[in-house]
Design a protein around this ligand. Structure first.
Ligand code: GBH
Length: 457
């Protein structure tokens, strides 16, 4: 377990971006302040779907306390902050009028970041769909993609002059799998393979929004996609086929259309709605960077005789053609996720090999772990240190990686887990919303300072 003084990390390339990430629903609170409309996640929480019936509506109080959190970022010496814009704060009805007071908040946040020399890096969709759109079918409805592009244009018209890098979507695979296939996340649909149109419409929304951002003069445009190396549970043909299918559904279903303009598999493409070929041309417009979120690899095998399998609290029905298994022999985070730093290098090398010159510069847009250590979170330091060393090796192997955002600046509402899983460098007391930096905050500050060749402040 690393303790101070820490073994310095090897030098990352000059100009490498050091950041931290967060999202709107998980932090902002202020669920109906200044004309914000409800999101599908607000409704999901109100329906008691968050663990222990926890009230997620206050978040970490970020909407009121953003100056405090920007000061924490400045104290870290961070180059950039990845936050998300709440779609229903900007377009409360999902369609129709833009709520200027909602945009005012992001205007203030962006100004505050710029005042401290921190690059604002907003994501336009981190899972909080305006409720009226969810009620009309959400991502199953092509119209949602069109509405998203209008919203993107409105945000860019206000912020593009100061935003350094944009991400359209966060993790369309998780939204498709957890929100539409398995019903574990909002909007709680359990459609199994009939969820695939939700993937296509999110990808189309990305393409249309990227076009709208460019038209508004946006600087760098990218996307944040989750990637996990997928390991077959056994050597047999059935396990290998199941793992291959899972790899396609969770990784290449998203990266292939974005980076090559084609779906990985003709059978999957045939299940997608709309003028798919025309849509793919929109989806594959060149990106300035490709954002990768990495947490852990997956072990997948053939389903076991109608038995449900599960991982990380997510039950996978026995009638799906794959089963999730535990990763053998690794340490676990507080969430029970395996700690496999090498997986980061492996997935980066895999993307480089698969896409070659079609892979834009990569930014790691999320990586982190939950532990409940409130102050002396040396397990988090060990996790981050090991993942950064793995990332450094991938760069040495030739993958063009330009930045790293750790998840997360502060503890926040971990979706259905509520306040039970803490990913922050900074502890949040949910009773008082008081922030207290953990040991990992001081460690990350030293890392950034050392990389920039100056003493930590
Ligand atoms: C990210 O998603 C989110 O972007 C972020 O909002 C969230 O707070 C953060 O990570 C931490 O969870 O249980 O079998 O479905 C999570 C990415 C990928 C991590 C899938 C858990 C579990 C596989 N997740 N993985 S399964």
């Amino acid at each position: 377990m690393p303790t101070p003084p820490y073994e310095p990390l090897p030098a990352f390339p000059p100009g490498f971006l050091w950041g931290a990430a967060a999202s709107a629903f998980q932090t902002e609170g202020a669920a109906d302040t200044d004309g914000k409309g409800p999101s599908g996640w607000d409704a999901f929480a109100a329906a008691g779907r968050i663990r222990d019936g926890a009230d997620a509506s206050r978040g970490t109080g970020f909407h009121a306390r953003y100056r405090e959190d920007v000061a924490l970022l400045a104290g870290l010496g961070a180059d950039a902050f990845r936050f998300s814009v709440s779609w229903p704060r900007v377009v409360p009805g999902g369609r129709g009028p833009v709520n200027a007071r909602g945009l005012d908040f992001y205007d203030r946040l962006v100004d505050e970041l710029c005042r401290h020399g921190i690059t604002p890096a907003p994501t336009l969709y981190h899972w909080d769909t305006p409720l009226p759109l969810d009620e009309a079918g959400g991502w199953l409805d092509r119209d949602t993609a069109e509405r998203f592009a209008e919203y993107a244009a409105a945000v860019a018209a206000r912020l593009a002059d100061r935003v350094g890098m944009w991400m359209t979507l966060n993790e369309p695979a998780e939204v498709t799998l957890l929100g539409y296939a398995l019903g574990e996340h909002a909007p709680g649909r359990r459609l199994l393979f009939d969820a695939l149109p939700a993937a296509h419409h999110q990808l189309l929304a990305h393409g249309l929004a990227a076009r709208a951002l460019r038209a508004a003069g946006a600087r760098r445009v990218g996307v944040a996609v989750s990637h996990s190396p997928v390991l077959a549970a056994g050597e047999g043909e059935a396990d290998r086929a199941a793992a291959g299918l899972y790899d396609t559904l969770t990784n290449h279903l998203f990266s292939d259309p974005l980076l090559t303009g084609a779906y990985p598999d003709g059978a999957i493409a045939s299940l997608m709605p709309g003028p798919v070929a025309e849509d793919l041309a929109v989806i594959a417009a060149p990106l300035d960077f490709y954002g990768v979120n990495y947490y852990h690899p997956m072990v997948v095998g053939a389903p076991k005789e109608g038995a449900p399998s599960g991982f990380g609290g997510v039950a996978v029905p026995g009638d799906l053609p794959f089963g999730l298994r535990e990763y053998p022999g690794a340490e676990r985070t507080g969430f029970g996720w395996p700690v496999v730093p090498e997986g980061l290098r492996e997935l980066l090398l895999g993307l480089d090999a698969r896409y070659g010159r079609r892979l834009p510069p990569v930014v790691v847009t999320e990586n982190g772990c939950s532990y409940d250590d409130a102050a002396e979170d040396h397990r988090r330091i060990a996790f981050l240190d090991a993942h950064l060393r793995s990332l450094h090796r991938a760069i040495g192997d030739g993958v063009d990686v330009r930045g790293y955002f750790t998840w997360s600046l502060t503890d926040n509402i971990e979706w259905v887990e509520g306040a039970a899983q803490r990913f922050g460098l900074v502890h949040v007391d949910y009773a008082t919303l008081e922030r207290t930096p953990k040991a990992s905050y001081r460690w990350y500050r030293e890392v950034i300072a050392a990389q920039k060749g100056r003493a930590a402040s």
